[in-house]
Design a protein around this ligand. Sequence first.
Ligand SMILES: *Cc1c(COP(=O)(O)O)cnc(C)c1O
Length: 587
Amino acid sequence: MQPTTSQSSFHETVPSTGQVAYFSMEIAIEPAMPTYAGGLGVLAGDTLRSAADLGVSMAAFTLLHRKGYFQQHLDPVGMQTEEVQPWNPADFCTEEPARVTVSIEGRVVTLRAWRYDLKGSFGHVVPIYLLDTDLEGNSGWDRGLTDHLYGGDTNYRLQQEIVLGMGGVRMAHALGLHVNVYHMNEGHAALLTLALLESQLGGGPEGAAAETDIEAVRRKCVFTTHTPVQAGHDRFSTEQAIRILGADRTARLEKLECFRDGLQNMTLLALRFSRYANGVAMQHGKVSRAMFPEFSIGSITNGVHAPTWIGDPVQRMLDEHIPEWRRDNLYLRNTIDVPVAEILAAHARAKEELLAEVGSRTGLVLNPKVLTLGFARRAATYKRATLLFTDPERLKEIAAKAGGLQILYAGKAHPQDEPGKALIRQVVAEAAKLSNNDLRIVYLENYAWQLGAQLTAGVDVWVNTPRRPYEASGTSGMKAAMNGVPSLSILDGWWIEGCIEGVTGWAIEDGANDHEEAQSLYAKLEKAVVPLYLDAREKWARLMRTTLAFNGSYFNTNRMVKQYIRNAYYPERLAEPAKVEEAAYAD
Ligand SMILES: *Cc1c(COP(=O)(O)O)cnc(C)c1O
């Protein structure tokens, strides 16, 4: 028995040898590394940061993304253009000497890994391996396979997924890791199951897999699905699969019933080979079971990494009153005893910092006393960024009554998402049309980690208006809650669990259509939010406090990672701790 976890580790529930290998197409590792696009990557990064804080034995695999996702530029009418974000891996990571190969379109492609050591608050390290095909000996095309996150067409995507899934498993072996759980964070990594099956069968793509072989792979795999939006589930044509993966592997996938509607479906593959699968909020588990009724799918609700997303002024306040929160986020519940004046003061500082950032980006001077709403997320149509503009006159009236209203927007559209890009132009056009002395609407360019942190910490209310049931979870409202910022949102995703009316924020009531839901949004703003903000500072401050206490203490990755350990990674430990301990240490 060789302990590989640090002193601070979570010995009670985590085996000290053998580890979880966490696979994700994107991981937000640090702000200066453009290795993520949005929510999925931020969640992956927050998961690993909490795993490191808790001393969990874990390693992660992703692609290097040498050219990043993209930097967003918006012209005066909101037209988005994109710029690549090249970065230098050697500034952040160490190259591993190991080399492995994968087969893509019949070519042998060699890959290496760059190791990034993610250090937890108490010193435990979770290594992240960023896979890279930019090696001499690979063709020019293959050298570019790990350049662009979500770039190119579906051919490029399938080739990247071979590198991530199959390359990642081989790299884990080459690095000598003892993996006892493979966690697929979204279907992008599903091909890791094929690599495990081939290794179980002693080699290549041919040969019949017996039920016991499949079971041996299933014992090691868990899978998290992240979206009820169909386009979010990777599917490839039979022709593509045969050409890129090869005829033998495609035949195997067909035999394993990983095709649906004539397309090879990565979510199905991941589900077939996982002994545990989950959605990312209670409601999302339900929606996922309806999409894939032949599988058992549970729920583990997302969270965010508290020390990453709580702004400095609130962190200082917490350190003074409940320093234990850094070790165990459950202590955030005791914010309930912090004097409300301190919460107001801490938030006022975060708001000043945000408005200063807006000023330096746009030249606009916003008023720190005025009620400020935040709406920042990927510009996808189901998020309904323009719902607030359904009735412009009503919005202007509310702004006048409130003595002013400021609305901060931000968000990128995927470069190939024309409707998403049109949505940004629409918000920018409405902003120009509606902005007056009472109402200021600003669209901020290049939504990313740091702007996300400043927005969620500094606005007064976080607004979210997705079309049900497409928001799997959402995490930005959790970041706001950590900062004592209430949400005003549609009851979808995490908010179904997080909303306590008038205590952690407000629900936009379910309507039969956009118009009805917009009416509820206006009514809540006018009758609940504005009067409390203007006339009842003490009550407002208490609402901020209950928001942080109730939702901050629950919607964090510290709790979430513990749930993954108990429900997904090592559930046997609850039933027969001694026996499982033996098995876990035996590897
Ligand atoms: C938190 C975060 C997200 C995810 O938030 P949602 O609520 O899911 O939209 C996306 N992008 C960035 C930059 C973030 O910080």
